[in-house]
Write a protein that binds this ligand. Structure first.
Ligand code: GN1
Ligand code: MG
Length: 368
């Protein structure tokens, strides 16, 4: 983040001024896609207020009006329903309009949007334990349940085929064939791993075509760090990052939740011996997810839960590997080989999931 970026963020913040005096703007280094900043305002007798500003990545999201339409539509629907998890009310992310009343600002430094900063919360890149995993899964499941009635056709597919494993596989094959950066030879092992599992990349589409897997509005990025937990009580308070709320297959959300939350390492860990899946966390995620979505899922979906985790983890791994092959043009990287490190962790997790499934089925077959 350069001083010029900060100066641009300050100007952008002014476009969403809640009144009062802008005290300062700081970068918030989160996410692989947008540039995020937090501004702080002195509202005199009304105290302080913080806002979260994002310069949206318009190379990734080429349809900014569509993206913002989806967010308005989804937040409206969530607010329309009382959004409860157990006996708790979950907060809905709140968009802040520009001074002129628009949902986002088109400035010469890019397209900017703003949300109310959700105070006294904390997010986690690593899960604290089964209770937190259960809580996060129940919150994401609740989010999806609240959107159950929202007609998926009313939302724009801002990135076409975003959740399609077979589309991701085709993109991977193209990047591999083009090999723009001459990196393919060095990742032959990872490429082989993916090719050996290409059959997995078609399971979901086949299920959708056969009418066995429904298409509904999903969150689409159910990483643990997209849940804000209350700093004092530790419970889930708000779900953030609504960028990928669009038509998808509901179990994508469960799979992505497992991919990130049941991981035994960071998403970009370089020591691969640490990468794997924590089965206790997996169990807690399944239980939390079923608590809030159980009554919506059909028999095929229920059966597919463990495989969905594998497929999503493989798909995200393929996306990281594709970006590595294509020259790191999509995900932000912070070091050489960053996307490759991320890909390797995902592939390691897929291997661990495969082994644990084998173990579980072997255990089921073992004589008592
Ligand atoms: C990206 O920027 P972030 O971290 O919210 C990506 C997700 C991936 C995720 C992997 C629009 O999300 O699809 O699963 O990275 N978002 C987009 O960590 O591509
Ligand atoms: Mg995201």
């Amino acid at each position: 983040m350069t001083p010029a970026d900060l100066a641009q963020a300050e100007l952008a913040a002014q476009a969403f001024s809640p009144g009062g005096r802008l005290v300062g703007v700081e970068p918030l280094n989160r996410g692989h896609i947008h540039d995020t900043f937090v501004s702080s305002w002195d509202l005199g007798a009304h105290g302080r207020q913080r806002l979260l500003h994002q310069r949206m990545n318009d190379a990734v999201f080429q349809d900014i009006p569509g993206l913002m339409h989806n967010i308005r539509r989804v937040t409206r629907e969530l607010r329309r329903k009382s959004w409860r998890a157990g006996d708790r009310e979950l907060e809905v992310l709140q968009l802040v309009p520009t001074v002129g009343g628009e949902s986002w600002a088109e400035l010469n430094t890019g397209s900017w949007r703003t949300f109310r900063f959700v105070e006294d919360t904390q997010s986690y890149d690593r899960c604290l334990g089964p209770d937190q995993a259960f809580d996060a899964a129940a919150a994401f499941g609740n989010f999806q349940a609240r959107l159950f009635d929202l007609d998926a056709r009313g939302l724009v597919e801002t990135i076409p085929e975003f959740f399609s494993p077979s589309h991701r596989f085709r993109q991977f094959m193209t990047a591999l064939r083009e090999d723009r950066c001459g990196r393919a030879a060095a990742v032959a092992e990872e490429v082989r791993f993916v090719l050996d599992r290409r059959h997995l990349m078609h399971v979901i589409e086949t299920g959708i075509q056969q009418g066995r897997i429904p298409v509904r509005v999903i969150h689409g990025d159910t990483k643990l760090n997209n849940v804000l937990f209350d700093r004092a009580s530790g419970v889930a308070r708000c779900i953030v990052d609504l960028d990928t709320c669009m038509p998808g297959w509901p179990l994508y959300d469960f799979g992505d939740l497992v991919r990130f939350t049941a991981a035994t390492s960071e998403e970009d860990e370089q020591d691969l011996s640490l990468a794997g899946v924590d089965l206790d966390l997996y169990e807690a995620l399944s239980a939390g997810w079923l608590e809030t979505t159980g009554r919506f899922m059909n028999a095929d979906e229920l059966e597919l839960m463990p495989l969905a985790a594998q497929i999503v983890t493989l798909t995200v791994g393929v996306r990281f590997l594709t970006d590595h092959l294509a020259g790191d043009t999509y995900f932000k990287i912070h070091r050489e080989g960053h996307n490759l490190d991320r890909a390797r962790v995902q592939l390691r997790m897929v291997r661990a999931m495969e082994q644990s499934t084998t173990r579980t089925s072997e255990a089921a077959l073992a004589p008592a």
